[in-house]
Design a protein around this ligand. Structure first.
Ligand code: FES
Length: 135
């Protein structure tokens, strides 16, 4: 078996594993909402340094706060609407779940089957170096 054949077999195995995982429990009737949200992040704090660069994100209060490629701050719940796992990240300018690869645009609309339930999105408001995140 050469490298290409090995990778092809590996890919098919991974696809089967994901499909088998989802068949039993791929449903959710919410968008991963975490309830009322209202908190403020200090962009000068070392813990929030990721937010100084486009594509960076931090997780606080069960919310993923990110700086998109336009330099705007966006926020979404960390709880995926697919199986309620807290694995949402901001990657390549979209929300993505690292569990089963659900994808959502910045407005929370699902971009693939696992993301079809959408994702709760929160508002942001920058005042000086203080970033408010709220529902
Ligand atoms: S929990 Fe399955 S894609 Fe997020």
């Amino acid at each position: 078996m050469n490298r290409k054949e090995f990778l092809a077999k590996l890919g098919m195995g991974a696809a089967f594993a994901l499909t088998a995982t989802c068949l039993g429990s791929c449903s959710s009737d919410n968008a991963g909402e975490t309830g009322d949200v209202d908190f403020t992040l200090d962009l000068d704090a070392a813990a929030n340094a990721e937010l100084l660069q486009e594509g960076g994100f931090v997780i606080s209060n069960k919310v993923v706060v990110a700086k998109n490629s336009d330099g705007e701050f966006v926020a979404a719940t960390v709880v995926c609407s697919h199986e309620d796992l807290e694995q949402i990240v901001f990657q390549n300018n979209i929300w993505r779940c690292t569990a089963h690869l659900a994808e959502f645009n910045q407005q929370g609309e699902g971009l693939n089957a696992n993301g079809s339930n959408g994702l709760a999105i929160y508002q942001t408001e920058l005042s000086g170096n203080m970033l408010r995140v709220f529902s």
